[in-house]
Design a protein around this ligand. Sequence first.
Ligand code: ADP
Ligand code: ADP
Length: 231
Amino acid sequence: GAAVRFTGVRRVHRGGTVALDGVDLAVPHGSIFGVIGHSGAGKSTLIRMVNALDRPTTGTVEVDGVDLHWLSGDELRAAQKRTGMVFQQFNLLETVSVRDNVAMPLRLDGVRAAEARRRAADALEFVGLGSMADRRPRELSGGQRQRVGIARAIVRNPRVLLCDEATSALDPTTTAQVLQLIARINEEYGTTVLVVTHEMDVIKDLCHEVAVMESGRIIEQGSVLDVFVRP
Ligand code: ADP
Ligand code: ADP
Protein backbone atom coordinates (compact mmCIF):
# COMPACT_ATOMS: atom_id res chain seq x y z
CA GLY A 1 0.00 0.00 0.00
CA ALA A 2 0.88 3.66 -0.32
CA ALA A 3 1.95 5.92 2.55
CA VAL A 4 -0.67 8.44 1.43
CA ARG A 5 -3.57 7.70 -0.90
CA PHE A 6 -6.22 10.07 -2.28
CA THR A 7 -9.17 8.43 -4.01
CA GLY A 8 -11.65 10.56 -5.93
CA VAL A 9 -11.16 13.53 -3.60
CA ARG A 10 -13.33 16.56 -4.17
CA ARG A 11 -13.32 19.57 -1.85
CA VAL A 12 -15.81 22.39 -2.10
CA HIS A 13 -14.92 25.18 0.33
CA ARG A 14 -17.45 27.37 2.03
CA GLY A 15 -18.57 29.89 -0.57
CA GLY A 16 -18.55 27.24 -3.28
CA THR A 17 -14.92 27.26 -4.47
CA VAL A 18 -13.96 23.84 -5.81
CA ALA A 19 -10.40 23.48 -4.48
CA LEU A 20 -9.98 19.80 -5.38
CA ASP A 21 -11.90 18.34 -8.28
CA GLY A 22 -11.41 14.56 -8.33
CA VAL A 23 -7.88 13.93 -7.10
CA ASP A 24 -6.35 10.43 -7.22
CA LEU A 25 -2.86 10.18 -5.80
CA ALA A 26 -0.65 7.43 -4.36
CA VAL A 27 2.52 8.44 -2.55
CA PRO A 28 4.84 5.40 -2.26
CA HIS A 29 6.37 4.54 1.12
CA GLY A 30 9.82 6.05 1.50
CA SER A 31 9.54 8.36 -1.50
CA ILE A 32 9.94 12.12 -1.81
CA PHE A 33 6.82 13.13 -3.69
CA GLY A 34 6.23 16.65 -5.01
CA VAL A 35 3.02 18.38 -6.02
CA ILE A 36 3.61 21.47 -8.14
CA GLY A 37 1.13 24.07 -9.30
CA HIS A 38 0.36 27.78 -9.44
CA SER A 39 -1.26 29.71 -6.61
CA GLY A 40 -4.87 28.62 -6.21
CA ALA A 41 -4.34 25.18 -7.78
CA GLY A 42 -5.42 23.43 -4.57
CA LYS A 43 -2.03 22.38 -3.14
CA SER A 44 -2.60 23.71 0.35
CA THR A 45 -6.04 22.13 0.58
CA LEU A 46 -4.51 18.82 -0.54
CA ILE A 47 -1.62 18.73 1.95
CA ARG A 48 -3.78 19.90 4.87
CA MET A 49 -6.01 16.87 4.30
CA VAL A 50 -3.13 14.49 5.02
CA ASN A 51 -2.86 16.07 8.47
CA ALA A 52 -6.68 16.08 8.88
CA LEU A 53 -6.66 19.88 9.09
CA ASP A 54 -9.18 19.81 6.24
CA ARG A 55 -11.29 17.00 4.85
CA PRO A 56 -12.84 15.90 1.59
CA THR A 57 -16.39 16.83 0.64
CA THR A 58 -16.40 13.48 -1.14
CA GLY A 59 -13.73 10.82 -1.67
CA THR A 60 -11.20 9.37 0.77
CA VAL A 61 -7.76 10.22 2.13
CA GLU A 62 -5.76 7.40 3.70
CA VAL A 63 -2.48 7.59 5.63
CA ASP A 64 -0.78 4.20 6.03
CA GLY A 65 -4.04 2.58 4.95
CA VAL A 66 -6.16 4.37 7.57
CA ASP A 67 -9.10 6.38 6.20
CA LEU A 68 -9.06 9.68 8.09
CA HIS A 69 -12.73 10.42 7.62
CA TRP A 70 -14.44 8.07 10.05
CA LEU A 71 -12.14 8.37 13.04
CA SER A 72 -13.14 9.39 16.56
CA GLY A 73 -11.27 12.21 18.31
CA ASP A 74 -8.67 9.90 19.90
CA GLU A 75 -8.14 7.93 16.71
CA LEU A 76 -7.82 11.16 14.74
CA ARG A 77 -5.12 12.46 17.09
CA ALA A 78 -3.29 9.12 16.76
CA ALA A 79 -3.46 9.44 12.96
CA GLN A 80 -2.21 13.03 13.12
CA LYS A 81 0.85 11.82 15.04
CA ARG A 82 1.87 9.87 11.95
CA THR A 83 2.54 13.15 10.16
CA GLY A 84 4.65 16.23 10.80
CA MET A 85 4.09 19.49 8.95
CA VAL A 86 6.54 22.21 7.90
CA PHE A 87 5.04 25.60 7.01
CA GLN A 88 6.11 28.43 4.70
CA GLN A 89 6.03 31.01 7.51
CA PHE A 90 7.57 28.60 10.07
CA ASN A 91 4.65 29.10 12.54
CA LEU A 92 6.92 29.27 15.60
CA LEU A 93 5.84 30.60 18.99
CA GLU A 94 7.88 33.76 19.55
CA THR A 95 7.40 33.87 23.32
CA VAL A 96 9.08 30.56 24.17
CA SER A 97 12.55 29.11 23.55
CA VAL A 98 13.55 27.18 20.46
CA ARG A 99 13.70 24.01 22.58
CA ASP A 100 10.17 24.53 23.91
CA ASN A 101 8.89 25.15 20.37
CA VAL A 102 10.28 21.78 19.31
CA ALA A 103 9.05 20.04 22.47
CA MET A 104 5.50 21.43 22.06
CA PRO A 105 3.99 18.54 20.03
CA LEU A 106 5.28 16.07 22.62
CA ARG A 107 3.95 18.12 25.54
CA LEU A 108 0.53 18.25 23.80
CA ASP A 109 0.73 14.44 23.59
CA GLY A 110 1.26 14.28 27.35
CA VAL A 111 4.96 13.39 27.28
CA ARG A 112 6.54 14.55 30.57
CA ALA A 113 8.69 17.68 30.46
CA ALA A 114 12.11 16.10 31.01
CA GLU A 115 11.66 13.53 28.24
CA ALA A 116 10.14 16.11 25.87
CA ARG A 117 13.11 18.42 26.40
CA ARG A 118 15.58 15.57 25.85
CA ARG A 119 13.89 14.53 22.58
CA ALA A 120 13.65 18.18 21.47
CA ALA A 121 17.40 18.53 22.09
CA ASP A 122 18.04 15.43 19.94
CA ALA A 123 15.90 16.83 17.09
CA LEU A 124 17.69 20.19 17.31
CA GLU A 125 21.04 18.38 17.20
CA PHE A 126 19.90 16.53 14.05
CA VAL A 127 19.04 19.79 12.25
CA GLY A 128 22.34 21.36 13.36
CA LEU A 129 20.93 23.77 15.95
CA GLY A 130 21.96 22.07 19.16
CA SER A 131 23.61 25.26 20.39
CA MET A 132 20.50 27.41 19.79
CA ALA A 133 18.12 25.58 22.13
CA ASP A 134 17.85 28.39 24.69
CA ARG A 135 17.40 31.19 22.15
CA ARG A 136 14.09 32.76 21.14
CA PRO A 137 13.03 32.24 17.50
CA ARG A 138 13.40 35.97 16.68
CA GLU A 139 17.15 35.75 17.37
CA LEU A 140 17.54 33.26 14.50
CA SER A 141 17.90 33.72 10.73
CA GLY A 142 15.13 32.59 8.36
CA GLY A 143 16.98 29.39 7.49
CA GLN A 144 17.58 28.61 11.16
CA ARG A 145 13.93 29.28 11.95
CA GLN A 146 12.86 26.84 9.28
CA ARG A 147 15.26 24.23 10.68
CA VAL A 148 13.50 24.70 14.03
CA GLY A 149 10.23 24.14 12.17
CA ILE A 150 11.65 20.92 10.74
CA ALA A 151 12.90 19.76 14.15
CA ARG A 152 9.39 20.32 15.53
CA ALA A 153 7.91 18.37 12.59
CA ILE A 154 10.16 15.31 13.16
CA VAL A 155 10.22 15.24 16.96
CA ARG A 156 7.40 12.67 17.10
CA ASN A 157 9.13 10.46 14.49
CA PRO A 158 6.38 10.84 11.89
CA ARG A 159 5.88 8.33 9.08
CA VAL A 160 5.13 11.19 6.68
CA LEU A 161 6.75 14.62 6.59
CA LEU A 162 4.53 17.28 4.99
CA CYS A 163 6.14 20.41 3.55
CA ASP A 164 3.80 23.27 2.53
CA GLU A 165 5.94 25.74 0.50
CA ALA A 166 8.65 25.13 3.11
CA THR A 167 11.37 27.06 1.25
CA SER A 168 9.28 29.78 -0.44
CA ALA A 169 10.27 32.40 2.15
CA LEU A 170 14.00 31.59 1.92
CA ASP A 171 16.85 32.75 -0.32
CA PRO A 172 18.46 30.25 -2.77
CA THR A 173 21.45 29.32 -0.57
CA THR A 174 19.28 28.74 2.49
CA THR A 175 16.76 26.86 0.34
CA ALA A 176 19.50 24.45 -0.80
CA GLN A 177 20.48 23.75 2.83
CA VAL A 178 16.88 23.13 3.90
CA LEU A 179 16.26 20.80 0.92
CA GLN A 180 19.41 18.85 1.83
CA LEU A 181 18.13 18.48 5.36
CA ILE A 182 14.76 17.17 4.14
CA ALA A 183 16.55 14.68 1.86
CA ARG A 184 18.67 13.52 4.81
CA ILE A 185 15.53 12.87 6.91
CA ASN A 186 14.18 10.73 4.05
CA GLU A 187 17.45 8.81 3.71
CA GLU A 188 18.30 8.26 7.36
CA TYR A 189 14.84 7.53 8.74
CA GLY A 190 13.03 6.30 5.61
CA THR A 191 10.40 8.99 6.22
CA THR A 192 8.01 9.50 3.32
CA VAL A 193 8.05 13.16 2.27
CA LEU A 194 5.17 15.00 0.58
CA VAL A 195 6.06 18.45 -0.69
CA VAL A 196 3.75 21.06 -2.24
CA THR A 197 5.40 23.97 -4.00
CA HIS A 198 5.13 26.40 -6.89
CA GLU A 199 8.92 26.22 -7.39
CA MET A 200 10.24 23.94 -10.13
CA ASP A 201 13.74 23.87 -8.60
CA VAL A 202 12.37 22.32 -5.41
CA ILE A 203 10.90 19.48 -7.49
CA LYS A 204 14.07 18.97 -9.53
CA ASP A 205 16.49 19.17 -6.60
CA LEU A 206 14.51 17.15 -4.04
CA CYS A 207 11.73 14.96 -5.42
CA HIS A 208 11.63 11.47 -6.94
CA GLU A 209 8.06 11.68 -8.22
CA VAL A 210 5.85 14.61 -9.13
CA ALA A 211 2.21 15.43 -9.75
CA VAL A 212 1.27 18.62 -11.61
CA MET A 213 -1.89 20.35 -10.34
CA GLU A 214 -4.08 22.80 -12.16
CA SER A 215 -7.51 24.04 -11.05
CA GLY A 216 -7.92 21.28 -8.46
CA ARG A 217 -6.94 18.46 -10.80
CA ILE A 218 -3.79 16.45 -11.37
CA ILE A 219 -2.98 16.91 -15.02
CA GLU A 220 0.28 14.94 -15.15
CA GLN A 221 2.07 12.50 -12.87
CA GLY A 222 5.24 10.40 -12.94
CA SER A 223 8.94 10.30 -12.12
CA VAL A 224 10.61 13.72 -12.10
CA LEU A 225 12.93 12.55 -14.88
CA ASP A 226 10.02 11.51 -17.11
CA VAL A 227 7.84 14.56 -16.47
CA PHE A 228 10.40 17.39 -16.43
CA VAL A 229 13.83 16.30 -17.55
CA ARG A 230 13.61 13.89 -20.50
CA PRO A 231 10.90 15.51 -22.66
P1 ADP B 1 -2.80 26.65 -3.42
O1 ADP B 1 -2.23 26.12 -2.15
O2 ADP B 1 -2.40 25.84 -4.62
O3 ADP B 1 -2.57 28.11 -3.61
P2 ADP B 1 -5.39 26.43 -2.09
O4 ADP B 1 -5.67 25.02 -1.73
O5 ADP B 1 -4.91 27.35 -1.03
O6 ADP B 1 -4.40 26.44 -3.35
O7 ADP B 1 -6.69 27.09 -2.74
C1 ADP B 1 -7.44 26.48 -3.77
C2 ADP B 1 -8.70 27.29 -3.98
O8 ADP B 1 -9.55 27.14 -2.83
C3 ADP B 1 -8.47 28.79 -4.13
O9 ADP B 1 -9.43 29.29 -5.02
C4 ADP B 1 -8.69 29.32 -2.73
O10 ADP B 1 -9.09 30.66 -2.76
C5 ADP B 1 -9.78 28.41 -2.21
N1 ADP B 1 -9.72 28.20 -0.75
C6 ADP B 1 -8.67 27.66 -0.07
N2 ADP B 1 -8.95 27.57 1.25
C7 ADP B 1 -10.21 28.07 1.40
C8 ADP B 1 -11.08 28.24 2.53
N3 ADP B 1 -10.71 27.85 3.76
N4 ADP B 1 -12.30 28.78 2.31
C9 ADP B 1 -12.69 29.14 1.07
N5 ADP B 1 -11.92 29.00 -0.03
C10 ADP B 1 -10.69 28.46 0.12
P1 ADP C 1 -16.27 22.96 6.55
O1 ADP C 1 -17.35 23.17 7.55
O2 ADP C 1 -15.19 24.02 6.56
O3 ADP C 1 -16.75 22.62 5.15
P2 ADP C 1 -15.87 20.32 7.73
O4 ADP C 1 -17.21 20.40 8.32
O5 ADP C 1 -15.54 19.20 6.79
O6 ADP C 1 -15.44 21.69 6.99
O7 ADP C 1 -14.84 20.30 8.92
C1 ADP C 1 -13.47 20.43 8.74
C2 ADP C 1 -12.89 20.41 10.13
O8 ADP C 1 -13.19 19.17 10.75
C3 ADP C 1 -11.41 20.54 10.15
O9 ADP C 1 -11.09 21.71 10.89
C4 ADP C 1 -10.87 19.29 10.88
O10 ADP C 1 -9.95 19.65 11.87
C5 ADP C 1 -12.09 18.71 11.52
N1 ADP C 1 -12.18 17.23 11.55
C6 ADP C 1 -12.85 16.55 12.48
N2 ADP C 1 -12.78 15.24 12.25
C7 ADP C 1 -12.05 15.06 11.11
C8 ADP C 1 -11.64 13.92 10.35
N3 ADP C 1 -11.96 12.66 10.72
N4 ADP C 1 -10.91 14.13 9.23
C9 ADP C 1 -10.60 15.38 8.87
N5 ADP C 1 -10.97 16.48 9.54
C10 ADP C 1 -11.67 16.34 10.67
